[in-house]
Ligand binder design. Structure first.
Ligand code: VGL
Ligand code: ZN
Length: 204
């Protein structure tokens, strides 16, 4: 039997696009790639799942709350943490899905990053693997065994979502043309794609 597929669109939110609080270079270019994929999956009756980074204003990953400089590294509740500018604050415009994204194809939304004490790059678990989102159960309930993944940012939320999906046993295909990275260091996105491939993801 062919595996049951779902499309996973990672954090296609205003704050990760040009003009946003944590803008990823050319982040908005991936919307035009997401839309036809989403339409195709929808027309085949396959779930199209959008994740949203969804932080309270006092989130511990924000440099402003930690008294640190954005883009530097520290520790949050025992875990290594990159300090980020305030971004994707719950119910803000920056946290909304990009206006050009065709939301009519989206079947489900998964929110993450609500716990102030731990960051949450992956769509499945927080960075400490202490708690999980509803995603794994949702996929299992619908018999989904294979995921096609794209979105923002390659080197954080896409990477950790893909690595967790592989560890949970899903077959994963990454649409690399539909991903853009933060690249705090040059080459971080290429390295992230190589890490995903090394764990078994198929990179398109
Ligand atoms: C992300 C940094 C902080 C992402 C979210 O969506 O990749 N990156 N929060
Ligand atoms: Zn975040």
């Amino acid at each position: 039997m062919t595996p049951q597929q779902a499309l996973l669109l990672i954090d296609l939110q205003n704050d990760f696009c040009p003009g946003g609080a944590l803008a990823v270079h050319q982040g908005d270019e991936v919307i035009a790639i997401a839309n036809p994929y989403a339409a195709e999956f929808y027309q085949r009756g396959q779930p199209v799942i959008a994740t949203l980074d969804w932080h309270p204003a006092d989130h511990g990953s924000f440099a402003s709350n930690a008294g640190q400089t954005a883009g530097t590294q520290g520790e949050l509740d025992g875990l290594a943490q990159v300090w980020w500018p305030d971004h994707c604050i719950q119910h803000s415009t920056g946290a909304e899905l990009h206006p050009a994204l065709a939301q009519r194809w989206i079947s489900d939304r998964i929110y993450k990053g609500q716990d102030v004490k731990v960051d949450s790059y992956s769509a499945f678990f927080d960075n400490g693997h202490r708690n999980q989102t509803a995603l794994d159960q949702l996929l299992k309930n619908r018999g989904i065994t294979a995921l096609t993944v794209m979105g923002l940012a390659t080197d954080y939320c896409v990477k950790y979502s893909v690595l967790d999906a592989l560890a949970l046993g899903y077959a994963v295909t990454v649409i690399s043309a539909g991903c853009r990275g933060v690249n705090l260091k040059n080459g971080d996105s290429e390295q992230a794609l190589a890490d995903m491939a090394a764990k078994g993801a198929v990179i398109l």
